[in-house]
Design a protein around this ligand. Structure first.
Ligand code: ATP
Length: 234
């Protein structure tokens, strides 16, 4: 008997008011693996992530964590169970310094000293800028700070929404290198991206979403052709 996936959605339906945008989504993140959820603008990727962390409630279907049915659980309850998301808008305080942002994060229970040590070891650029206002950091450095926040809570599943948005390709590669290292440490990760190329090297599985449905799941090598044929272009 194989163990259940760490995170599993089955037949999830959801929408906004009378409009259904997810029409029965099946998606699984096995423990210790990286799943990339790809699809064009408006496919329903963010809605899917929001359901995983309780920010949006499904109208039907089930959400399970390590086999346990957590459908309908609040965002607070799911956060306590380790569902941690980095939103597109990053969720950091632009008018506080790097160190003050870490202090805010330490209110969740980890000591500031431990957070600083871990953050600066992982992201030396943040250490060099500990006194700088977060809003004046580069986009990539802001994502490092957002990642630190997520890691401070030792997530069971790290949910990343369009990590690469608005960032230079070099920065995206750097961030994905870090995500790849987290994956190598055994973290389970669900990554939403619109464009595939940057995320393929670190993904164990790729799920392709179109119009509120998962239309394909496979290893990156298997889906690459489908991806380019369906929407990514050559
Ligand atoms: P994007 O790459 O633009 O974030 P996405 O794949 O993440 O796209 P969603 O953001 O989940 O897609 O949106 C799916 C559909 O739901 C879209 O048609 C969108 O217009 C709609 N939608 C999203 N949020 C809301 C909302 N708060 N109210 C009404 N409709 C919404």
């Amino acid at each position: 008997a194989s163990e259940p996936p760490l995170l599993e959605l089955t037949g999830v339906r959801a929408g906004y008011g009378p409009i259904e945008v997810l029409h029965g989504v099946d998606l699984a993140v096995p423990a210790g693996s990286v799943v990339a959820l790809l699809g064009p603008n408006g496919a329903g990727k963010t809605t899917t992530l929001n359901i995983c962390c309780g920010l949006h409630q499904p109208a039907g279907g089930q959400l399970r964590l390590a086999g346990r049915d957590v459908t309908g659980a609040s965002a607070e309850a799911l956060a306590r169970l380790g569902m941690c998301t980095i939103p597109e808008r990053r969720g950091i305080f632009p008018n506080l310094t790097v160190r003050e942002n870490l202090w805010m994060m330490s209110q969740a229970g980890t000591s500031l000293a431990d957070l600083e040590e871990a953050a600066y070891a992982r992201f030396p650029a943040l250490g060099e800028r500990r006194g700088q206002l977060a809003g004046t950091l580069s986009g990539g450095q802001q994502q490092m700070l957002a990642l630190t926040r997520a890691l401070g809570t030792t997530p069971a599943v790290l949910l990343l929404d369009e990590l690469s948005m608005g960032l230079a390709p070099r920065v995206v590669r750097e961030l994905y290198e870090i995500v790849g290292r987290l994956a190598a440490e055994g973290m389970s990760i669900l990554i939403v991206e619109q464009f595939a190329r940057t995320v393929l090297p670190i993904a164990d599985q790729v799920a392709l979403m179109l119009h509120g449905r998962i239309v394909d799941v496979g290893a990156p090598s298997e889906v690459e052709e489908i991806l380019s044929a369906s929407y990514l272009g050559a």
